[in-house]
Design a protein around this ligand. Sequence first.
Ligand SMILES: [Zn+2]
Length: 334
Amino acid sequence: MDIVKVLTELNTSFGPSGCEAPVREKIAELARPFADEIYTDVMGNLIAVKKSGKKNAPRLMFAAHMDSIGLIVTYIEESGLLRFGAVGGVNARNILATPVRFENGAVGTIGMDEDAKAPEIDKMFIDIGAASRKDAEKYVKCGDMAVYDTPVRALGDGSVVSPYLDNRAGCAAQLLAMEALKKPVFDCYFVFTVQEEVGLRGAKPATYGIAPQYAIVCDGTLTDDIPWTSHIGTSKIGLGASIKVMDKSVICHPEMVEALRAVAAKKKIKVQTDVLKQGGTDGSEMRKSASGVYTGGVSVPMRYVHTPQELSRVSDIEDCGKLMAAFAETRPEF
Ligand SMILES: [Zn+2]
């Protein structure tokens, strides 16, 4: 599986929180050759099942959110400029002059009021080149969402720069795990969740529906390898799959942390440790679902998270996929 190609396909598909249908269709298409069954639940989570073939096998749920952050139109000026709000964690500092596109293909760029003292979403607008409100309304209405229309590019050192690596990189890793998985000892549920970016809203209903005994979240994690990060976490680009110990939303089950480390050592998969002082992941909802689920995490190290051009190392994404597949082929001792 060519990760850069998969990322390109996922990112040309539309999928901000709550509007995931196009990216869901694309993922379903990519997952179909490796799945015994694929279905969508009421929330919109896509669930691809790979069975162990054994009776009463324990259930293992993987979760990678497929939604991206986005912008939502709140007002159309007489002039035709579009005022907007944030869907998820958009930082105004990162988006000025960013090209954006709507689901129907309308495109624009982000501008800012002349009197704005500092970047602030309420002082920004999307310019789709319309001459008036009436003209703009031919293309866009209030409530429509837009996403960054920035490119996916492979860099010379094996890195990839792309919008929405958070968390299309996690989705790619899950697809890779499905492809690599030959003899699961669990009934595996690969879930591509919705609405993570607006508060982990898809993972909880999915967990209740599947009722797994074990769970692994695969999401991006911020790195501590550029000078201004102030040691917000422990992960670094290029050092392999980052085994989650903790972020602000979850403390992983210690047995899961150890089991993931043991599997990585046995299969010689490159791993590091993920402790992050910020952020939240679907792991939080899975961990405290029902009467509790053995939950761990496999994170993709990422720079410039939530900007229009995030950066990851392709080999780290591959290591995440390999580790998830190897875990699913190993009998748990707890
Ligand atoms: Zn994420």
